[in-house]
Design a protein around this ligand. Structure first.
Ligand code: PGA
Ligand code: ZN
Length: 434
């Protein structure tokens, strides 16, 4: 008997970190192994990403997932039962073909990603290995550099500040463990600085502080002060990473910074961001231009791409074709990798390979709506991706991921390598005033 044959598949409704319904899938194999995974959910989504199937109507704000569950427990189960879980590509191909749309809108990207990840987990359980080891074998020994949100804005804090994520990253740390210790100090001290200056309003969707700022630049100043207060050298040990998420406030090459009542075109926004790069120790900027502004993204990459990592999220939506097209146009030099933007693990891996083939960096990323599911940590380490983005340093759905990476680092012992400065190796020193 082939113990890897999928015998059962079931979907159930569970709840995410915003208290909204989401999809959990459990897969049983003939040999007795069980794999389980939960789909996350975005709030600041790219228009090109796989679509979550939601029921609509008034109940639960239209966000219930009964239709996605019916698909899992109905046609997906019929199609997948009897398949061999060792062939992830074949399983994912069945999901893609069964869905039949370019964006998983018929079956639901939430349904397909949960099934795809649960199959991978079941297979790893069946061979008795943790998923990261199963995916990467003995090559999987790199712990990613975490980028960790300190202040949340944009769609995650009702646009209290236009920039969505003010993050820190610790390229000077010598281990994942040390990077978290340093981050914990910066997070704590940033909170204290905000509170002492009467600018702390709570926490945003990913656990970062919800600030009362007069300008976006206040966030950058606060990060530098918190890094210094933690006894770390800005630009050497600790650096700043931003997610501008410009699709949230820009369209057709026009951008509206509501906080500062500024209307800018792409070049004006680029000039503002380059001014920040000149004055602050910034190593990475995500979605600096909107998803429909390829010309702006190309010009910004031309102007700043040798100094900072320029990450496409909404702009390339974990899609191999879009990554190849952006790379050919000279727009961005790194890709955010979010499995649920693609809808299957096979398509997620293809996007990662497209990024690597283009010489781009890559960051495995969570969504703003998360759960206790830690699959992305295993993907990052198993696939050898040097950066990981999970949100802030608070709230259990975030800490579950950081803590899982700590366990993996410990289990690797002296074999563990920490990515550290590796992702920024080709860049000119950050924060150097010109
Ligand atoms: P999300 O956005 O709210 O769609 O998960 C996070 C991000 O922009 O990186
Ligand atoms: Zn983003």
């Amino acid at each position: 008997m082939n113990g890897f044959i999928i015998t059962k598949l079931r979907g159930r409704r569970v709840w995410d970190s915003r208290g909204r319904p989401t999809v959990e899938v459990e897969v049983d194999l003939a040999g007795g192994a069980v794999g389980r995974a939960i789909a996350p959910a975005g709030a600041s989504m790219g228009t090109g990403e796989a679509v979550d199937l939601r029921d609509g109507g008034a109940h639960l704000g239209g966000l219930d997932v009964q239709n996605a569950l019916a698909n899992i427990n109905g046609e997906i189960r019929m199609a997948i039962a009897g398949m061999d879980a060792t062939d992830q590509a074949a399983v994912d191909q069945v999901l893609i073909a069964l869905d039949g749309t370019p964006n998983k809108s018929r079956l639901g990207g939430n349904a397909t990603i949960a099934v795809s990840m649960a199959v991978a987990h079941a297979r790893a359980v069946a061979v008795g290995e943790p998923l990261w080891r199963h995916l990467g074998g003995f090559d999987a020994c790199t712990l990613p550099l975490p980028e960790i949100q300190i202040i949340g804005g944009g769609a995650h804090a009702r646009s209290r500040v236009d920039v969505q994520d003010f993050m820190v990253t610790m390229p000077g740390a010598s281990s994942f463990d040390e990077a978290l210790v340093w981050t914990a100090e910066v997070y704590r001290l940033a909170g204290k600085l905000l509170e002492d200056s009467g600018r702390l309003q709570g926490v945003a969707d990913e656990g970062g502080y919800w600030p009362a700022f007069a300008t976006n630049e206040d966030g950058l100043e606060l990060l530098v002060r918190a890094i210094e207060a933690a006894g770390l050298k800005p630009g050497e040990q600790a650096a700043i990473s931003l997610d501008i998420a410009a699709s949230e406030f820009g369209r057709g090459g026009r951008y509206r910074l509501a906080l500062e009542e500024k209307d800018l075109d792409s070049d004006g926004l680029a000039e503002l961001l380059i001014g920040w790069i000149d004055r602050y120790p910034i190593v990475s900027i995500e979605d600096p231009m909107a998803e429909d502004d390829e010309a702006g993204m190309r010009r910004f990459t031309e102007a700043a791409g040798r100094r900072v990592q320029i990450v496409g999220d909404d702009f390339v939506v974990t899609d191999a074709k879009r990554i190849r097209k952006a790379a050919a146009a000279g727009a961005c030099n790194a890709a955010l990798i979010k499995p649920n933007q693609a809808g299957t693990l096979t398509e997620t891996k293809a996007a990662l390979e497209a990024a690597r083939a283009a010489g781009w960096g890559a960051i495995v990323s969570a969504r703003s709506g998360e759960t206790e599911d830690v699959t992305i940590v295993h993907l990052a380490i198993g696939w050898g991706v040097a950066q990981l983005k999970v949100g802030s340093f608070a709230r259990a759905e975030r800490m579950a991921k950081w803590n899982e990476a700590l366990r993996i680092e410990e289990s690797l012992g002296t074999m563990a390598l920490f990515a550290g400065r590796l992702p920024f190796a080709g860049l000119a020193p950050a924060g150097a005033a010109s």
